[in-house]
Design a binder for this molecule. Structure first.
Ligand code: FES
Length: 172
């Protein structure tokens, strides 16, 4: 009889210990997982900060588009930038005022052209209109501005030197 009671009590004690062990293991696992996530999250900050630094963006090549005497005020010149399959347009708005955009329409990709008469960048496919000053959408279905090409005026002509966010585009 005493043996039976003793065995029963030992079994109960073992079960209690096992449950505690399981609970401790679960808590330990969750705590370790959260700790690991925290370490990974904090550890990624330096890499994210480095990747977001402007000087770490890949530098695009400087490409001469036209000589200053090759483009009359009000005219435009097509070119490819930064790669061969990316049509862009240089527009001369005044003696020393140029704008340039990639001209794949941000709606469905039709080529946008410079309409001197209306003073607008125009997409003929669905009547999309963009400002020649900053590439922003004026009318029609496009939801995003035209990507602006950064320009540099040099002694021997106008150069494309990068792509800039439309908000920061000042042209030259
Ligand atoms: S593709 Fe340009 S407005 Fe639709």
């Amino acid at each position: 009889m005493w043996k039976k009671i003793d065995r029963y009590l030992r079994e109960q004690a073992l079960n209690i210990n096992r449950e505690k062990e399981l609970e401790m293991n679960r808590r330990g696992f969750i705590a370790a997982s959260l700790g690991l996530l925290g370490v990974l999250f904090l550890g990624s900050f330096p890499f994210a900060a480095r990747a977001l630094k402007p000087e770490n963006k890949p530098k695009l090549p400087a490409v001469r588009i036209a000589g200053l005497d090759e483009l009359k005020v009000g005219d435009s010149r097509p070119f490819q930038y930064p790669h061969d399959n990316e049509p862009s347009l240089l527009i001369r708005l005044a003696e020393n005022k140029f704008r340039s955009y990639q001209i794949k329409c941000t709606h469905l990709g039709c080529p946008v052209y410079w309409d001197k008469a209306t003073y607008k960048m125009t997409c003929p496919c669905h009547n999309g209109f963009f400002s020649v000053e900053d590439g922003s959408v004026l009318a029609g279905p496009p939801q995003r501005a035209l990507p602006a090409v950064e320009l540099d005026l040099r002694a021997d002509g106008v150069y494309a030197v990068g792509l800039v966010p439309v908000e920061g585009h000042e042209g030259v």
